[in-house]
Ligand binder design. Structure first.
Ligand code: FAD
Length: 534
């Protein structure tokens, strides 16, 4: 990609550039662009959460991995500069920000690399794969793979996220029960480490870096390329929602479905809690899949509680399958479930439309301004052992009136997750649940303020702790060393060792607030622990 070399220092004003002591003194030698105009730094100071702001010194638009490495090496030469890779900035708590440092806009190089390999690489754990840039958006990856009749195996619910951004966390959706998270579906990475080296890594080569980076919250390296496993894409999805009044029955059925063998269960399994009322945002109207479907509350028994549950299921099929065949498979699978009779909704959608379903909601939310309002989201993994207690104290207690958006609750299977990655899961049980409280704030005083919702999130976590619920934050955000240590638990020592090895001066991903920048190379390692922990 040829981006004018002469543009490597692009400023709104040259005078401003000369006065800048942090970046203008560095010769990044970029093939791409270094931009410290307010037009570039202001968007990098915001994220989807809309709760925090930290303005970078400048934004790098890399032309490829070499520019990413040059940025990291430039930061290493300075006493205090940090580097944050920014995927699509869809974090909630400023995780992709760098206060006064460099933000590398990974999307700039997102379309620069794309290669699909069909029917090869069986030795790498799958017959088909795509090699894509770390800054590629998943919806773009999907679209390009579909043109080969292929598709990734594991997704997030929303595909306007970058490959590097989700692999730095885990990447979960209704396919994770079968294929594991997205971190379980990547076989090779190209990574620029915190020492400015560009390395290829996999389960067999540079394996410690490979596993460190997956779920590594951007702490060990910047993913510039990923090799992603693919599968043949189906044409269609039979999309189904069934309603439960009883949480025990809901979890029994959900757990039975996620542990059945392939071919004897659905291809997509999620679920959500909702309010037993006609509230358009939190209640019955959120369940039907088509405008002409109606939620009939008279189907519920009179002793149904204030919170109900919905299993959301998907079965892949081909357009050429006779509808009666699909009906018969679905009938057999649903026949084993104990949902409320008559509260069952079905719809056939194209595979891509199904995977892009949240993008439709995005369009609506953008039109009403909700997309750009603050999102005090809370995501947790909760052990199956404590999920009934979580339901009692959180869903039926603190959240009995809803959160002003979806409250996802669905099970996943631990053995599909590789414990060598940096992802942190609850301590006990083979099955654990994703809980996602996806709050959308209405303009105050129409609804509670973002601050009130953040404080309700704190109350939920406090209640979990008081009730000894085995949980971990997903997409974690903590501010103190004690909290991070608690989060990582037994994995803390390994995380610190990995940091000392791959980013010893703590240059990378400062917005996670785990380590602070060190000016002495190797100090973290020689101390046996990072000197500059938050
Ligand atoms: P950013 O927010 O830009 O970055 C996140 C972190 O990763 C930062 O620390 C950043 O420095 C680091 N990073 C970014 N790119 C790289 C890279 N190339 N190499 C190394 N580090 C990097 N998550 C799920 O698992 N499942 C879902 O269904 C899901 N749905 C979502 C729906 C919406 C509408 C939103 C806003 C978020 C959702 N998420 C979901 C959460 C999402 O996966 C994370 O917030 C993810 O980090 C966002 O990706 P991003 O590309 O915007 O990353």
């Amino acid at each position: 990609m040829m981006i004018a070399y002469a543009e490597r220092f692009v400023h709104e004003s040259d005078a401003e550039a000369r006065q800048d002591d942090g970046v203008s003194g560095l010769d990044l030698q970029l093939q791409g662009i270094l931009d410290w105009s307010p037009a570039a730094t202001a968007p990098a100071a915001r994220d989807f959460g809309g709760l925090r702001s930290a303005k970078p010194r400048a934004v790098v638009r890399p032309s490829g991995a070499d520019d990413v490495a040059r940025s990291v090496r430039a930061a290493l030469r300075s006493p205090s500069l940090t580097v944050a890779a920014r995927g699509n900035g869809h974090s909630i708590n400023g995780q992709a920000m760098s206060d006064g440092g460099l933000v590398v806009d990974m999307r700039a190089a997102g379309a620069g690399h794309f290669q699909v390999v069909v029917g090869a690489g069986a030795g790498a754990g799958g017959a088909h794969y795509a090699v894509v840039a770390g800054g590629a958006l998943w919806d773009d990856v999907l679209e390009r793979c579909l043109s080969y009749g292929l598709a990734p195996r594991s997704y997030t619910d929303y595909l306007g996220l970058t490959v590097g951004g989700t692999l730095s966390n885990a990447g979960v959706s209704g396919q994770a029960f079968r294929h594991g998270p997205q971190t379980s579906n990547v076989t090779e990475l190209e990574v620029v480490t915190g020492q400015g080296e560009t390395l290829t890594c996999s389960r067999s080569d540079n394996s410690e870096l490979f596993f460190a980076v997956l779920g590594g919250l951007g702490q060990f390296g910047i993913i510039t390329k990923a090799k992603i496993l693919l599968q043949p894409a189906p044409d269609m999805v039979r999309w189904i929602r069934v309603v439960y009044a009883d949480f025990g029955e809901f979890t029994r059925d959900a757990e039975s479905l996620v542990t059945r063998p392939d071919g004897d269960t659905f291809d997509y399994i999620e679920g959500f809690a909702f309010v037993n009322s006609d509230d358009p945002v939190n209640g019955w109207p959120t369940v039907p899949l088509e405008p002409d479907q109606r939620f009939d509350p008279s189907r519920l028994s009179p002793d149904a509680g204030s919170v109900l549950y919905c299993l959301e299921l998907g079965l892949h099929h081909q357009r050429s399958n006779p509808p009666s065949d699909v009906d018969s498979v679905v009938g057999k699978l649903l026949g084993r479930l104990g949902f409320v009779e008559g509260l069952e909704f079905r719809r056939d959608v194209g595979y891509a439309d199904f995977l892009l379903r949240v993008q439709n909601a995005e369009r609506d939310a953008k039109a009403t301004g909700l997309w750009d309002a603050p999102h005090p989201w809370l995501n947790l993994f909760v052990s199956r052992n404590d999920i009934a207690e979580f339901d009692r104290v959180v869903f039926k207690g603190i959240l009995k009136d809803g959160v002003g958006g979806p409250m996802l609750v669905y099970p996943m299977v631990r053995s599909r997750w590789d414990k060598r990655t940096s992802v942190v899961l609850p301590e006990s049980g083979e099955i654990f649940y994703l809980i996602a409280l996806l709050r959308y704030t209405l303009p105050y005083p129409e609804g509670p303020s973002a601050k009130q919702l953040v404080s309700q999130n704190h109350e939920i976590l406090k209640t979990c702790k008081e009730n000894r619920i085995d949980y971990k934050l997903y997409l974690p955000y903590y501010q103190s060393q004690e909290e991070w240590k608690w989060h990582f638990g037994k994995q803390w020592g390994r995380f610190v060792e990995r940091k000392a090895r791959f980013d010893p001066m703590a240059v990378l991903a400062p917005g996670q607030k785990i380590f602070s920048r060190s000016s002495v190379p190797g100090k973290m390692a020689s101390d046996g622990g990072p000197a500059g922990l938050h």
